[in-house]
Design a protein around this ligand. Structure first.
Ligand SMILES: NC(=O)c1ccc[n+]([C@@H]2O[C@H](COP(=O)([O-])OP(=O)(O)OC[C@H]3O[C@@H](n4cnc5c(N)ncnc54)[C@H](OP(=O)(O)O)[C@@H]3O)[C@@H](O)[C@H]2O)c1
Length: 316
């Protein structure tokens, strides 16, 4: 099969197109013909070697975690899907394996693809939308009517977080982004938008129950003043030091510091499919690249300026 591989860590130029063996599936996995994948910042962090302590040095590697495609073969333990089913998933093995014509997908991290969107849109959902869902629902313990601020509201995770906060019953949702994305963030359901190039939300008098720092650029200390006494700050940056800060607020009363670390699962994907099919959750795609231009897709993601998601089209 055709795949985009890396044989060493480095800049986007390390990507090469290659003919490789189709993945061998385990009994709890399905072989999926991949129609589309998407790019997440973790993909280029892995490509650069930033996570090599966990991704190791066994090359070649196929990167990418998000897939949308068709089941072509099922392992002996598969019960929910059959050949021909259209599924979407966030791959659970490191370093991924989505940037290829076929991927091995565990049943426990797959769900039926939402029927009313394209494969490119479907592949844009799993990692980013499940992160937003698990951050607000599980870490934030969001409650009806709460005031929620999303910092980094126009990116992959942020565009889902604004909408999911509303789906989960938030009261006023505030999105923080740059000038060019204010209208988009409002159109996703944010009642208030703050242009970070004009205003520093941490210096405002408004108070929030949840501050979800998607961008990872405002610290807990900076946000304390805009959090209610029992408010929750959530970061997307799972560094050991941040877990220590989280532990310290866990053992003391008052404001809490939470770290989101996505756990792939089919139940959350099924929930997101329902929201998408009900027209409550929209997928924002900035650019779509063919598989052969994965290097350009990564270079664009690394600018940190993508609006919504970056998709990779693999087959039609
Ligand atoms: N822990 C986990 O499980 C987990 C899961 C998913 C993602 N993450 C991490 O979460 C982070 C965000 O991921 P993502 O997919 O949303 O990234 P992304 O799509 O690349 O985010 C791009 C967005 O960030 C916004 N942005 C850039 N600088 C900003 C600033 N100073 N203030 C507010 N917004 C700013 C940009 O908006 P403008 O163009 O308007 O500036 C752009 O829309 C990454 O570090 C990623 O690795 C962690």
């Amino acid at each position: 099969m055709k795949a985009i591989i890396i044989n060493r860590y480095g800049s986007p130029e390390v990507f090469e197109e290659a003919e490789v063996e189709k993945p061998k599936i385990k009994p709890d996995q399905m072989l999926v013909k991949v129609y589309a994948a998407s790019v997440n910042p973790i993909d280029w962090k892995i490509r650069k070697g930033m996570l090599k302590i966990i991704t190791g040095t066994k090359f070649p590697m196929i990167l990418g975690f998000d897939v949308s495609g068709e089941v072509v073969e099922t392992g002996g333990l598969i019960t929910k899907f059959k050949q021909g089913d259209l599924i979407y998933a966030r791959l659970d093995g490191l370093p991924g394996g989505a940037y290829a014509e076929y991927a091995a997908v565990s049943e426990k991290v797959a769900a039926s693809k939402p029927s009313n969107i394209t494969h490119e849109q479907a592949a844009a959902v799993p990692l980013a939308a499940m992160t937003a869902l698990q951050a607000l629902r599980d870490e934030g313990q969001i409650k009806t009517g709460q005031q929620v601020l999303i910092n980094g509201a126009s990116g992959g995770v942020g565009t889902f977080a604004i909408q999911i906060a509303k789906i989960l019953g938030a009261g006023v949702v505030t999105g923080v982004c740059s000038s060019k994305n204010l209208d988009l963030v409002k159109s996703l359901g944010a009642e208030r938008v703050i242009d970070y190039t004009q205003q520093d939300f941490t210096k405002e008098s408004a108070k929030y129950d949840i501050v979800f720092d998607v961008s990872g650029n405002c610290s807990f200390n900076e946000c304390k003043g805009v959090l209610h006494p029992q408010g929750v700050y959530i970061t997307t940056q799972p560094y050991p030091g941040n877990y220590l800060k989280s532990f310290l607020t866990w053992i003391t009363p008052g404001q809490k510091y939470k770290v989101i670390l996505l756990k792939s699962n089919s139940e959350d994907l099924a929930f997101l499919k329902e929201q998408i099919e009900a027209g409550k959750l929209r997928v924002v795609i900035d650019r779509t690249y063919p598989l052969s231009e994965t290097a350009a897709a990564h270079a664009y993601s690394e600018t940190g300026r993508a609006t919504g998601k970056i998709a990779i089209s693999i087959a039609s």
